[in-house]
Design a protein around this ligand. Structure first.
Ligand code: MLC
Ligand code: AMP
Length: 518
């Protein structure tokens, strides 16, 4: 963890830097939505000021967490920006999370404010009030809810709260309900430094250079959609075409009005399935960026032949924001499929073996990183934080990879037992703990297998207790009622025994070889 004790230039608040990048003409369009709404830069400035004033009026303790589980909307983004602006800490939660998951996050983070959809108010408010939350507001994707009602009376004049680079801006939880679930604490300095680096590295074009327009089609509760996409556009004063949900046909339809698109590999796979995707329709686009999960070389190649564009693949994580990227500027090198490019400027990235020794170029080992983007540690878990850092301050990513002689980084696997499905993380240990609680289950193993659409999906292998009879479809149905839908294994097999090594450890590689036919 690298501390930055020097305040950023001016006000260290990330919002101040984003606000400073708004175009001079505040009446220009900042956001155009897929349901025909237009927001000017002035609208964003006023709306964030009003919501920041509302938050400030609640008299919350310094460092209060604002936990948010709402459908994607421009107002939800305004809530994020207003939280920064008022100097509080944003805690976004995937809309797929169900009550056990939400109970864990709220219990662990102890937010002062929780914002949820009206349809979930009953159960979310019960959990929140039990955990000591003072305020529960609602916010819906049709611009209704008590949060907006309360904001309507607030002043639109607000002085951005002064923050230091190390002050927390957001907490992102890395998994679900088990002991492995950790809140990654990101500071204003972490997020701003990363956004500034990407602005240059990806060649964001200023208005004078013709400007950029981003198609925003990702969810806004994870690093990719919330930070990389939104900060990228705002820090460049660029307009966003805002899609409430990823819709491949709509993305293609918007390409002639846009220049930048960001997606997880599943989005590219789905776009490629559309016959309307052609060189012609993609001609106006400047840059397509992929990340959050491995991009298959076939997708990289197909994208090039179908659109004429070379996808730019980059690598990041909740704890570090963006770490490595293929170059935008071709004088710095080609965008090489199958690799995640070079460490970003300011990021030190190295590969070490299990003994903590550097490996030779091209050799495989654990990827470790250091830089101004690396988080402040896990929320209230100093021991876990210490375990994940080396003595010389490098963060152990849990990804396994190599660096070639030219400096390109390739991710070849993960030392953490993690499935990445459609860009969402699924921790097998969490799913196994839920399965093991079901009646008649003796034990289970969850593995990731290749999947044409999601890249990887979970499969559960379950052993029954002596005398018990298990129905795989019942197991899936029980999991669906308790867990976020994307975490539920797509298939379940009931078998007699799990393969184990001489130490008694389940051999997931053997299971993957047996069931991994996709
Ligand atoms: C949906 N489903 C999934 C899934 N998404 N299953 C596995 N993995 C997923 N990712 C399932 C649902 O359970 C449901 O099944 C069915 O698909 C339809 O659900 P849906 O909600 O209608 O799906 P859809 O809208 O099509 O969503 C697919 C998607 C979405 C690819 C658009 O998953 C998505 O937006 N992914 C992006 C995730 C992302 O932003 N990651 C960034 C993390 S940041 P059933 O059986 O219930 O009907 C990060 C750091 C970094 O990693 O480097 O960026
Ligand atoms: P998260 O915890 O959701 O932030 O997920 C971060 C993880 O996603 C990383 O540790 C990697 O395992 C994975 N990841 C992100 N980008 C890529 C990429 N371009 N290729 C392969 N894996 C990636």
């Amino acid at each position: 963890m690298q501390k930055q004790n020097i305040p950023l230039a001016g006000n260290g608040n990330l919002f101040a830097a984003l606000r400073a990048a708004f175009p001079k003409d505040l009446d220009g369009v900042a956001i155009e939505t897929d349901n025909g709404l237009f927001y000017s830069w002035r609208d964003l400035d006023r709306a964030t000021a009003m919501m920041a004033n509302l938050l400030a009026s609640l008299d919350l303790p310094a460092g209060s967490r604002i936990a948010v589980q709402v459908e994607k909307s421009v107002e939800a983004m305004v809530l994020y920006l207003a939280t920064l602006r008022a100097g509080f800490v944003f805690l976004p939660l995937n809309t797929a999370y169900q009550s056990a998951e939400i109970e864990y996050f709220i219990g662990n983070a102890e937010p002062a404010v929780v914002v949820c959809s009206s349809k979930n108010f009953g159960w979310v408010s019960k959990i929140a009030f039990k955990a000591g939350t003072q305020y529960v507001f609602t916010l819906n994707d049709d611009r209704t809810g008590s949060l907006l009602d309360r904001t309507a009376n607030a002043s639109d004049q607000h002085v951005v709260a002064v923050r230091q680079a190390d002050d927390l801006a957001a907490i992102l939880y890395t998994s679900g309900t088990t002991g492995r679930s950790k809140g990654a604490m990101l500071s204003h300095g972490n997020l701003l430094s990363n956004a500034q680096v990407l602005k240059t590295y990806w060649g964001w074009r200023t208005a004078e250079e013709g400007g950029d327009v981003l198609i925003h089609a990702l969810p806004i509760f994870h690093v990719h959609g919330l930070f990389v996409a939104i900060h990228g556009a705002l820090l460049n004063g660029s307009k966003m075409i805002w899609l409430g949900k990823f819709d491949p046909k709509l993305v293609i339809q918007k390409m002639p009005e846009a220049t930048v698109f960001m997606g997880v590999p599943t989005l590219y796979v789905r776009l490629l399935a559309e016959p309307e995707l052609t060189v012609d329709v993609a001609r106006h686009m400047r840059l397509f960026i992929s990340g959050s999960a491995p991009l298959l070389i076939e997708t990289f190649n197909d994208w090039k032949s179908r659109t004429g564009h070379t996808l730019l693949e980059r690598y990041g994580m909740s704890e570090t924001a963006m770490l490595a990227s293929n170059p935008y500027d071709e004088t710095e090198g080609e965008r090489r499929g199958g690799t995640v490019g070079f460490p970003l400027p300011g990021v030190s990235l190295r590969v070490q073996d299990d003994q903590g020794q550097p490996v030779a170029a091209g050799e495989i080992g654990g990827i470790q990183v250091r830089g101004p983007n690396v988080f402040q540690g896990y929320w209230r878990m100093p021991e876990k934080t210490a375990e994940e850092f080396t003595a010389d301050g490098y963060f152990k990513t849990g990804d396994v990879g190599k660096i070639d002689a030219l400096g390109y980084v390739t991710i070849v696997g993960r030392s953490k037992d993690l499935i990445i499905s459609g860009g969402y993380n699924v921790y097998p240990a969490e799913i196994e703990s839920f399965i093991n609680e079901l009646p008649g289950v003796a034990e289970s193993a969850v593995i990731g297998i290749p999947h044409a659409d999601f890249g990887e999906v979970g499969v559960a292998i379950v052993i029954a207790k002596a005398g018990a009879k298990l129905d795989p479809s019942q197991i899936i149905a029980s999991l669906k009622s308790q867990l976020a839908n994307f975490k539920v294994p797509k298939q379940c097999f009931v078998v007699d025994a799990l393969p184990r090594n001489t130490m008694g450890k389940v051999q997931k590689n053997v299971l993957r070889a047996q069931y991994g036919v996709g």
